[in-house]
Write a new protein. Structure first.
Length: 207
């Protein structure tokens, strides 16, 4: 598919659509675009948007869980929401919170809010996310699921130049099977994946 001077390729296996490597933005262009985003942690509308992921995730977490906001951006509002609920949250973002030491630890949960559509290497990134989770840990994703092909050219999400991969629900379910995760879609554009508990962990799975 070719739209507005950009090519979009489709993976026949997972149904994701992605921009070929030669047409992806440079690191400098990415950073410049991210600085234009206005994700204000004090904006009630933005907090309502984040609640689409925060609320179902909080229902599944044990008390005082330890998590990582992966791709937190310059204003890590979701981390603030989760901390207010009694959880500890570390931050990582290659542009705005680049302390790689947090990637050497393991967590009860990892969140990616409007992040996975920026992945230049989705397979490698999801493998990293799997490695960051403790057994029984949750991966929470919020990204706009791909629209039907007939509307793709006019889709607002496609127009952000830093969005280089677009997922369908089927894509996430395939990823879950590949990594052995339990997959839930509790609401529009929200995915929760659970890494299998350790064999000795007899705690009941949250609904």
């Amino acid at each position: 598919m070719h739209v507005d001077g950009r090519d979009y390729w489709r993976c026949d296996a997972c149904e994701a659509t992605f921009v070929p490597p030669a047409q992806r933005p440079t690191v400098a262009d990415e950073r410049a675009e991210y600085l234009l985003h206005r994700n204000d942690p004090d904006d009630p509308g933005y907090l309502r948007f984040l609640a689409r992921l925060a609320e179902p995730l909080l229902q599944r977490l044990p008390p005082a869980a330890e998590g990582l906001d992966y791709g937190c951006g310059p204003g890590p509002a979701l981390a603030a929401v989760l901390r207010a609920a009694g959880h500890r949250v570390a931050l990582y973002d290659p542009f705005f919170a680049s302390d790689a030491a947090v990637l050497d630890r393991r967590y009860d949960f990892v969140t990616c809010t409007e992040v996975v559509e920026h992945f230049h290497d989705p397979a490698g990134e999801f493998a990293r996310l799997d490695a960051l989770l403790r057994p029984g840990g949750w991966l929470g994703l919020l990204t706009c699921f791909q629209t039907e092909d007939a509307r793709f050219a006019g889709w607002h999400y496609r127009r952000d130049p830093t969005h280089v991969v677009f997922y369908r629900e089927a894509t996430f379910r395939l990823l879950a099977r590949r990594f052995g995760w339990h997959c839930e879609v509790p609401g529009k554009d929200v995915v929760l994946m659970r890494k299998p508990p350790a064999a000795h962990d007899c705690r009941p799975r949250a609904p």
